[in-house]
Design a protein around this ligand. Structure first.
Ligand code: GLV
Ligand code: MN
Ligand code: MN
Length: 416
């Protein structure tokens, strides 16, 4: 039970900010295309910085563009409680993924301001750079560098497909900040997010109390076969890179199914180097990933993929190179923060259930250094990473209320 059980965020104000920011990168189909460090990302960052400053927060930006908006606490010897998410989207993303958690954090601050409530510990609203990982890899890039899993120098030098570096992209939108990566301290971290899956909606529950996050392993692959004439090369003499990839895609699907229900595998990108309708594809690059909440299963999938690749490459007389570019072991959130989230949901009379996060989140990174947990709310049909992504205003508000009361519990809030 928090000290201010009747306090609620402003549901209309939260919703209006979500719709307002959806203008930056709006797509004709009603979604958002706001790739990290793009012009549109720069626009939403400028909007966010101005809104935070208007709410009395002091905004700092680190070398990788991570944004931290600080609200003083009564005890400035305490490290701030961090909360927030990300404002970048997938190429065909929606209005809520990341945005809800970031703008709900701002809404919590606005609510505290309106009610004249001071917290004991300072608060820090966060917008992490490149959570999505679709323009630059890895995903969770800003938060992983913050916790020391990657150096800032390594990340600054990473290139997108158009060969622009992270450093150049930061400079282009003016978000290579002066603060040292990792310098911002936290006493804990909480992230609100849409579920991006179907469970809450199917069970008619409003709040997911996220206890674990799936482990993730990402690969970049290259298949080298041999280009030759589509009309005159007999089938048994072909070294077809696309036919090889097709077999590999089905093998990855089969591996995930075999180790299910707690395993998923995807090939999300594939590019034929020099496509032509009458040339047998000779070279293909692709990306693939596995996820599982179980570390042992993740390793089994990894080993299974190596074996399958060796077998397919030998039989088809092609070369398959596979680089493991990122591996994040499963995340186990902190019992105290989990209890604060559940307690907040109970105080507010909201139906809830424990959950495992299928998607990756910046909270996974923060869990490595401070007590952390997450709050989920339902999204329509469980759809995300899609322009159709949608969530109810009342669920967004319920999630933000749980965030508010979790923050009050962890940071110690009382009327000033
Ligand atoms: C990011 O959204 C991910 O889960 O890959
Ligand atoms: Mn997200
Ligand atoms: Mn996402």
């Amino acid at each position: 039970m928090t000290a201010l059980p009747n306090l609620r965020i402003d549901a209309d104000r939260l919703w209006d900010t979500i719709m307002e920011t959806a203008r930056f990168g709006a797509t004709p189909k009603g979604g958002v295309r706001r790739l990290t460090l793009s012009k549109e990302d720069g626009q939403v960052r400028d909007w966010f910085r101005a809104a935070c400053e208007e709410a009395g927060l002091t905004v700092t930006v680190d070398t990788l563009g991570n944004m931290f908006a600080l609200r003083p606490g009564q005890d400035m010897t305490k490290a701030p409680l961090g909360f927030g998410s990300h404002l970048d989207t997938q190429p065909t993303g929606g209005k809520f993924d990341g945005v809800l958690g970031t703008l709900a954090a701002l809404e919590v601050v606005r609510t505290l301001n309106d009610a004249g409530i001071a917290t004991e510990a300072p608060l820090c609203v966060c917008n992490w750079t490149n959570e999505e990982g679709s323009r630059f890899t890895p995903a969770l890039m800003g938060s992983l560098a913050h916790v020391g899993d990657f150096t800032a120098e390594d990340i600054l030098a990473r290139r997108d497909a158009g060969v622009i570096t992270v450093g150049e992209a930061l400079d282009a939108i003016g978000y290579r900040g002066p603060a040292t990566v990792g310098a911002q301290t936290f006493s804990g971290f909480v992230e609100l997010h849409i579920e991006q899956g179907p469970i809450l909606e199917a069970e008619g529950k409003t709040i997911g109390v996220v206890e674990h996050g799936q482990g993730i392993v990402w690969y970049d692959g290259r298949i080298t076969g041999f280009e030759s004439h589509a009309g005159s090369t007999p089938m048994h003499l072909r070294r077809d890179a696309l036919a090889t990839l097709s077999e590999l895609v089905l093998a990855i699907e089969a591996l995930a199914v075999q180790h299910g229900p707690n395993a998923v595998g995807t090939v999300g990108e594939a590019v034929i180097a020099t496509p032509s309708r009458n040339v047998i594809p000779g070279e293909i690059t692709f990306s693939t990933e596995f996820r599982s909440p179980d570390a042992g299963t993740l390793e089994t999938l990894h080993q299974g993929l190596q074996a399958k690749i060796a077998e397919i490459a030998a039989r088809r007389r092609v070369k398959i190179a596979l680089d493991l570019i990122w591996r994040k072991e499963p995340t186990h959130f902190d019992p105290t923060v989990i209890a604060a989230v559940r307690g907040a949901a109970e105080t507010l009379g909201l139906s809830n259930r424990p959950m495992i996060s299928g998607a990756g989140h910046d909270a996974f990174s923060l869990a490595g250094i401070v007590p952390t947990a997450m709050i989920f709310v339902p999204c329509k049909d469980g759809v995300s990473h899609n322009e159709l992504e949608s969530a109810e205003k009342s669920d967004c508000a319920a999630g933000a209320d749980v965030l508010l009361h979790t923050v009050l519990t962890l940071a110690g809030g009382r009327p000033a």
